[in-house]
Ligand binder design. Structure first.
Ligand code: ADP
Ligand code: UDP
Length: 237
């Protein structure tokens, strides 16, 4: 597979065409953004760490029968993926209250959520990724009710697999965001799963080991990502 022209440069990854119209190369950059791109910084090693992290998680999910876009890691910072027609809806599951849920509802950070919650957000930086629902998604044509139902089922299946995986490393999967797309008509998990798009706390101390370290200026961002990786069996050399 040959890498061709750059199609899109997002906030953290760049997307390249290949000589096969069904496949893309995702390049994980060191760029890190927060607050819908208002704050940007380059964090050394982040591209490599997230590329390896994502490859490991996507393989675990595929083993559990979840359809993903991931094909293989091509280099330290690049992976080959299926080219999806992305659905502009972010699916968020929460096991513990944190982030925007705490701000919006005034609930206590750290409160356990039973059953876990499911939320939809529109992927739209200009509008600050507003919260939406099934009705709005259907009316505006962002996703059909059938697609949304499948996305919800898959997002909760991911929770079962990853809650257990992180728990074995002494980590609490607090919340995470998934993006899906269509590949030949089928709903497939796309984008990435890394500490950039989820919250992970030490199960004992509740120390934050994810992108909140960057958002909150706590430092040691990539060191925390690597610590999480090591605890679940990822080697970063
Ligand atoms: P953003 O666009 O939010 O700034 P990134 O920097 O991570 O995010 O850019 C990656 C872009 O690639 C995102 O827009 C994401 O939706 C898109 N993408 C991820 N996986 C695929 C895929 N398999 N096919 C097509 N587009 C994808
Ligand atoms: N998230 C993300 N991208 C977004 C919005 C949220 O990856 O554009 C992730 C975020 O890292 C967290 C979860 O989704 O793990 C829930 O985020 P929340 O709604 O609490 O928003 P935040 O306060 O993190 O912006």
């Amino acid at each position: 597979m040959e890498k061709r022209q750059e199609l899109y440069a997002g906030k953290a990854k760049s997307v390249f065409a290949t000589d096969d119209p069904d496949y893309l190369v995702l390049h994980f950059r060191d760029d890190t953004s927060a607050f819908d791109g208002e704050r940007m910084e380059s964090l050394a090693r982040k591209g490599m760490v997230n590329n390896r992290f994502n490859a490991f998680i996507m393989e675990k999910l595929a083993e559990a029968g979840i359809p993903t876009h991931f094909e293989k890691r091509l280099s330290d910072t690049e992976s080959l993926v299926k080219r999806l027609e992305m659905i502009p809806v972010e699916c968020v599951v929460r096991n513990v209250a944190a982030g925007s849920l705490v701000k919006r509802l005034g609930v206590t950070e750290g409160q356990s959520l039973t059953p876990p919650t499911f939320e939809l957000f529109l992927k739209n930086d200009a509008q600050h990724d507003p919260m939406i629902n099934e009705s709005l998604a259907e009316t505006f044509g962002w996703a059909t009710p059938e697609q949304l139902a499948e996305m919800k089922t898959l997002t909760f299946r991911v929770n079962e697999v990853l809650k257990r995986l992180f728990a074995e490393g002494g980590l609490l999967l607090v919340d995470y965001k998934l993006e899906f797309g269509l590949f030949k008509g089928e709903i497939v998990l796309g984008d990435e799963f890394s500490p950039d798009g989820c919250r992970l706390w030490d199960a004992e101390t509740r120390e934050k080991l994810d992108k909140d370290r960057f958002r909150q200026g706590l430092g040691g961002v990539i060191e925390a990502y690597e610590e999480v990786g090591r605890r679940i069996g990822i080697g970063f050399d």
